[in-house]
Ligand binder design. Structure first.
Ligand code: LIP
Length: 272
């Protein structure tokens, strides 16, 4: 597959940051057994990776701005283009020595995501997509899974954790969903959940309380692999809305239906 100049720039930045993360990941595995633990080290690894992506992309496109997990918004001279970057998605996995983390880079043009790169450097998997050009993993074309019903589907999700998310709401969703599907998974890196939907490994995915840099690149992978995305309530997909559901057309519809059922059952309980 011949990569466009744009995807080339994004891929180079992700791979350079990925090499830095892999070096640091080796060290994290050593630090696991120390009393102090690897937490401070991991924040530095995250910052190092972000600096690399920032430098690489700024050099290639000096006028474009950024939305980055650590740095926040960096205004560019060109108001039409903005990079959306998570230099280390799956931080908790990384911290625990679990090789399920990524560098995620998306390009937003006039508010629309037009290109995305998600690299899992520990597994050597590079997912790329550009609007209208299809989605690929290591140069192999991606297609969402063909399974049409929830009983045959493996569905990924985000699970709220200490101090984060709406725990009762998730329990309602889980109660409904687990009785309907072949399997539920929680991988801990939203960009990879989306990449796996694009690759047909997962049939669908939903998550709430999620940030734009976690999902912007993955969203275009799903779309370019023939998938459907929306908010959890079926609303038009918006990477800044904080929630999403996706899958092929049938699974996406079934997923949104289940989530709506969970919402109604929670409302009913609340109303007493
Ligand atoms: C993480 C996500 C994960 C989600 C966490 C968190 P981080 O991103 O990818 O799926 O459940 O809330 O946002 O913090 O590792 O970049």
């Amino acid at each position: 597959m011949a990569r466009s100049a744009l995807l080339h720039v994004m891929t180079q930045a992700a791979m350079k940051a990925g090499r830095s993360l892999v070096r640091d990941f080796g060290e994290v595995q050593n630090l696991q057994v120390s009393m102090k633990g690897p937490a401070d080290f991991v924040s530095n690894a995250d910052r190092r990776a972000e600096e690399i992506v920032f430098q690489e992309l700024s050099r290639a496109r000096p006028d474009w701005g950024f939305l980055m997990e650590e740095r926040g918004v960096v205004e560019g001279k060109d108001p039409q283009h903005r990079w959306i970057v998570d230099p280390l998605d799956g931080t908790t996995n990384f911290l625990h020595g679990i090789p399920m983390f990524s560098v995620s880079i998306a390009l937003e043009r006039e508010g629309q995501i037009v290109a995305g790169v998600v690299l899992n450097p520990a597994m050597d998997e590079l997912f790329v997509a550009e609007k209208g050009g299809g989605a690929f993993v290591n140069d192999r074309r991606l297609r969402v899974a063909a399974r049409k019903t929830l009983p045959e589907a493996v569905i990924a999700c985000g699970v709220p954790f200490l101090g984060h998310g709406d725990h009762p709401q998730f329990l309602h969703e889980l109660r409904g969903m687990m009785g309907e599907v072949a399997g539920l998974r929680r991988m801990g890196a939203a960009s990879l959940d989306l990449a796996y939907v694009a690759a047909g490994r997962f049939d669908g995915y939903w998550e709430r309380h999620i940030q734009p840099w976690d999902i912007a690149a993955g969203a275009i992978l799903v779309r370019e692999a023939g998938g459907f995305l929306s908010g959890v309530d079926g609303s038009k997909f918006d990477h800044a809305a904080g929630h999403l559901a996706c899958g092929n057309e049938a699974i996406h519809k079934a997923l949104v239906g289940e989530l709506e059922g969970a919402r109604r059952s929670r409302e009913a309980l609340r109303a007493g």
